[in-house]
Design a protein around this ligand. Structure first.
Ligand SMILES: [Zn+2]
Length: 415
């Protein structure tokens, strides 16, 4: 039965809640607890014995001691793209050099070519398969970047596909313009001219379609001054636009520091971040997003400065960086495992990185990423004996059910 507002209640009782709130036990763990949703929102949460009596015909879900957490959040993906890079990966393992692969038309520019040639429907169909894999593993919010078009029409096409994914799937999609991902071939040797084109042509045309603007700030892409120009142009067009940056992945150019000082929500990769930089991130409340899938696939050896981030109190998020080249990943839980085993995070830090801090990296922490009254009822139910089980397993999916805005959108097949 519905109440006077028409919003239906679901009572989840007999669960172990992982609230991921800051001021609770590790994981915000509440054993023998209950959670009540009303329409798309969490209405009540607390110990089972304090569950209020609700009149009428509410729906009851019995947990039998299972774990219930906020839906997971993937705060950094490039999952709209054309083509495939598995043959190129095979060539590399057969000893073909990066230079030779680039001469044969491989690398990121092969993805740019394939994405430019693909129709919007083709891009939507391939991206849909990737999104579905994430959703079945408890993901209820995902960020999608453009960045394989590198021209106005194709960047717009990619953002349209991101919008279609949000319309078609029960998932929140944050959309990010990453026109400054790489230098397009037609601007070879003219990086500043391409930055001019982004600031004067692409940003004015596309900023209304996105939540954030991102840039790849690295020796093989764009420098911190060029990043500053793109961010300033974006902020001039929309003072509320969020800023994000791929920084300090292969070297330390000082991009993270500058992005934080300009108010970036997150800086991502950051293997080469210094301890001084960590203090600057902390000062500006910038989230450090770690991308262990790219670290693993590129066989990197420089690890992000996890101890310095902890000591400085920088919030750490974990993401898939799902992309066709350096991180062909379709599992956020695998990223939690890699963040623990490769970077030394604790399982709790990794799960916080997929929920509360991932929400913060997207500016969504007042709506999702923790279980609390007033938050969106985005929930995942897990078949695990202990919360660390979310990060411990490799190649399995313990997700039993997913709710998005109070509606069940996925249920695992009964064994
Ligand atoms: Zn990326």
């Amino acid at each position: 039965m519905t109440d006077e507002s028409g919003a239906k209640r679901i009572i989840f009782r007999g669960y172990q809640l992982l609230t991921l709130q800051v001021d609770h036990q590790p994981y915000g763990w509440l054993a023998d607890a209950a959670l009540v949703t009303r329409g798309p929102i969490i209405e009540w949460i607390g110990p089972q014995r304090e569950l209020p009596a609700y009149d009428g015909d509410v729906q009851i879900q019995e947990g039998h001691g299972r774990f219930l957490s906020p839906g997971l959040i993937d705060c950094h993906t490039h999952l709209v793209y054309g083509g495939d890079r598995s043959a190129e990966w095979e060539q590399r393992l057969n000893g073909v050099s990066y230079e030779e692969i680039a001469r044969r038309g491989g690398g990121i520019l092969s993805t740019v070519k394939a994405t430019r040639e693909a129709s919007e429907d083709e891009l939507f169909a391939s991206a849909s398969q990737r999104v579905s894999a994430f959703l079945k593993q408890g993901v209820t919010a995902i960020e999608i970047k453009s960045g394989y078009g590198l021209n106005l029409d194709t960047e717009r096409k990619m953002l349209r596909v991101a919008r279609r994914i949000e319309q078609h799937f029960p998932v929140h999609v944050s959309k990010t313009l990453l026109a400054a991902h790489a230098l397009p071939p037609e601007y070879n040797g003219r990086a500043d001219d391409y930055i001019d084109h982004i600031c004067e042509g692409m940003l004015p045309a596309l900023i209304g379609m996105v939540d954030a603007v991102d840039i790849f700030c690295e020796s093989i892409a764009f420098n911190p001054q060029q990043m500053q120009r793109v961010f300033a142009a974006a902020r001039q067009l929309n003072p509320q636009i969020q800023l994000k940056a791929h920084v300090e992945q292969l070297s330390n150019l000082g991009g993270a520091r500058r992005a934080a000082q300009m108010g970036a929500l997150s800086v991502d990769h950051i293997e080469y971040l210094s301890a001084t930089d960590c203090a600057i991130l902390a000062e500006h409340g910038t989230v450090a997003t770690l991308l262990p899938g790219a670290f693993y696939n590129l066989k990197e050896t420089q690890k992000p400065p996890v101890d310095a981030l902890r000591q400085a109190g920088v919030p750490i998020a974990i993401s898939s960086d799902a992309n066709p080249g350096s991180s062909p990943v379709a599992s956020l839980l695998l990223m939690a495992n890699m963040a623990c085993n490769l970077f030394g995070l604790t399982p709790e830090e990794a799960i916080v990185g997929l929920t509360r801090n991932a929400a913060r990296a997207l500016g969504l922490d007042s709506a999702m990423g923790t279980l609390a009254p007033g938050m969106q009822a985005n929930l995942a139910i897990w078949d695990i004996p202990h919360p660390a089980g979310l990060a411990h397993g490799i190649g399995h999916n313990p997700c039993l059910a997913v709710y998005y805005q109070g509606k069940r959108i996925h249920q695992a097949d009964e064994a």
